[in-house]
Structures are given as structure tokens and as C-alpha cells.
Design a protein around this ligand. Structure first.
Ligand code: GLU
Length: 296
């Protein structure tokens, strides 16, 4: 038996919206229903896309929704040296390499990177860093959706672990941090199904145990498109919490009895922990939600 550790890992690009609340709740219920720890990590890896103060707004919102975390909040900006040390070790062993190809060039040659720079021995200048992908991860198991296949060109690609602009890639940071924090279960939105194969590849290169994966349905706008900070999803209310909490739980497949809906935030969350079942989640990967949900 290992200790169960789940986590919620928001990027501080804006306040929590309905879709991110769903991810926070799903990861919380799944970890807490197994008496596990639940950690919060602020993924502040991409300063140009961040909103000053968003971390505090997110943490306050989690508190307001009764989602209390364990341990200290980890910030990815505290971890840059570790990311670089891992990249240096791979470069030294020839397991990663510098690449000068631009997105435009890759697009012109069919959209997938074909390993053009792998044997060129390029220097660091104006290059991204890619990892060698020799053993291919062509599927993984999702706790709700079962076997998910990864299309061959994507699964075969030597992918970027450090960007040309010097920022560390999300796939690298998320895996190194989940290992560092001992995370055993990754519960997040279905928009992150696609990079999961790459993340599993990193676990296997590092010789680490792959966590369980559960991808939650994505909250979609009635007009199509994901509810996200980019398309201005409204911030969830932190003053009138219960109606939004109940909507997010219904979205996750709970049928909340009237008396539960009339209880306090902490009681509703505790009820959710006691009732949580993966099988209650909708079958669909995308679920339409009224745009007005959670607007304050
Ligand atoms: N930081 C990512 C996001 O906000 C989530 C990463 C993850 O859960 O793996 O979309």
C-alpha cells in the first residue's frame, strides 16, 4: 500500500472559473475519499501568461469552497534549478538534445517533428531542448474512460522539455513536480488527455511509478469551445458559494438531496467525499454548461 496523494495544479493566469472548480473538486473528492492527502501547486511557469495576484485569488477561492489542502503550497517558480539539473543530466547522457527547428518549419514538413536535429550536436544558442523518444507510449489507462490510444505521429515525437524562449515546458515541470511531491493520482480536465502519453514517457525514462489518471469532463460553452480563462469564463463567486458548489458537484454526476443543498459548504463537501464514485461521472468527455454558471 502506498499513501494516496492527489493534487490540484492551477496556472495563475486568472481567478478560478467553473471549469477549474470542477477539476479542484474532482481531485479533492478522489483523494479524500481514499483518506489521501490533497496538495495544491501553483504552476507559475509562464510569467507572460500570468495575472499578478491570481495565486492568492485562487487560494482564497479554494478556502471559500471548503477545499483545504495539506502541506505548503508549492510554486513551480521555486523549482527551476531542479528542472534545469534534470535537463543537463539528459543532455550529458545524450538522452536530450538542442533543436533549432521553428514551429513554422515543423508545420511545413507535415506538422510533426521528425527528429531533424537529433544527431546534429547543436549548441544551446536560440534552441529548444527535446527529449529522445525511443520507446513509444501508444496508450494509457484512464480510470473513467479505460484505454485511451495515442496516435502514432504524436506518440513518436521527440517533444520539447525546454522552450526556445528559455521557459521550461509544462510536461517536464508537471512530471518532475508530481514525482517530487509523491503524487499518486492525477485528476484533471479532459483537455489534458493529449499530453498524458508524453508525461508517462518521462516517468518511464526516470524509472518512476506512473500515477493513476482520471480525466474529468470538460465544461463547454453552449456555443462550443472550452470554458477557460482565454475565452473569458467568469470568475466563480466567493461570496455566494453554495449554489455554484452544488452546480459543480451536479456537473460531476452527484444528485444532491435537498437537505444537503441546504447545508453549509463544509458539510456539502464532506458529503461529496463520502458519496464519491468514479462511475457517477458522465460518459461524455465534454459537457455543455450554461455560461451564467458561477458568474458573480
Ligand atoms: N496547470 C495546468 C492547468 O492549469 C494543469 C496541470 C495538470 O493538472 O496536470 O491547466
Amino acid at each position: 500500500m502506498h499513501n494516496v496523494i492527489g493534487r490540484f495544479a492551477p496556472s495563475p493566469s486568472g481567478p478560478l472559473h467553473f471549469g477549474s472548480l470542477v477539476a479542484a473538486l474532482g481531485s479533492y473528492f478522489h483523494a479524500r475519499s481514499q483518506n489521501g492527502q490533497w496538495l495544491v501547486r501553483i504552476e507559475d511557469l509562464d510569467p507572460p501568461r500570468e495575472m499578478p495576484g491570481a495565486d492568492t485569488i485562487i487560494l482564497n477561492a479554494l478556502e471559500a469552497y471548503g477545499l483545504h489542502w495539506d502541506q505548503q503550497v508549492l510554486y513551480q517558480s521555486q523549482r527551476l534549478e531542479d528542472y534545469q539539473a534534470q535537463i543537463d543530466a539528459w543532455l550529458e547522457r545524450g538522452e536530450a538534445y538542442y533543436c533549432q527547428c521553428t514551429r513554422k518549419q515543423i508545420k511545413q514538413s507535415g506538422g510533426f517533428y521528425l527528429g531533424t536535429c537529433r544527431t546534429l550536436g547543436l549548441p544551446e544558442k536560440e534552441c529548444s531542448v527535446r527529449i529522445n523518444v525511443d520507446s513509444i507510449i501508444d496508450h494509457f489507462n484512464d480510470l473513467r474512460h479505460g484505454k485511451i490510444s495515442i496516435p502514432a505521429p504524436l506518440a513518436k515525437e521527440d517533444f520539447i522539455i525546454k522552450r526556445r524562449d528559455g521557459l521550461f515546458a509544462y510536461n517536464l515541470a508537471v512530471v518532475l513536480d508530481d514525482i517530487y511531491q509523491g503524487v499518486t493520482q492525477v485528476v484533471r480536465g479532459a483537455d489534458l488527455i493529449e499530453p498524458t502519453g508524453r508525461q508517462i514517457h518521462l516517468y518511464s525514462v526516470l524509472g518512476q511509478r506512473v500515477p493513476d489518471y482520471l480525466h474529468l469532463p470538460l465544461a463547454m460553452l453552449p456555443t462550443g469551445g472550452k470554458l477557460s480563462k482565454q475565452n473569458h469564463a467568469p470568475a466563480i463567486s466567493t461570496s455566494d458559494v453554495v449554489p455554484t458548489l452544488c452546480s459543480a458537484m451536479q456537473f460531476l454526476g452527484f444528485s444532491l438531496p435537498k437537505d444537503v443543498q441546504q447545508s453549509s459548504t463544509d458539510e456539502i463537501v464532506a458529503w461529496g467525499v463520502s458519496q464519491w464514485r468514479i462511475s457517477q461521472l458522465p460518459d461524455e468527455i465534454e459537457v455543455i454548461t450554461p455560461f451564467s454558471i458561477g458568474s458573480s
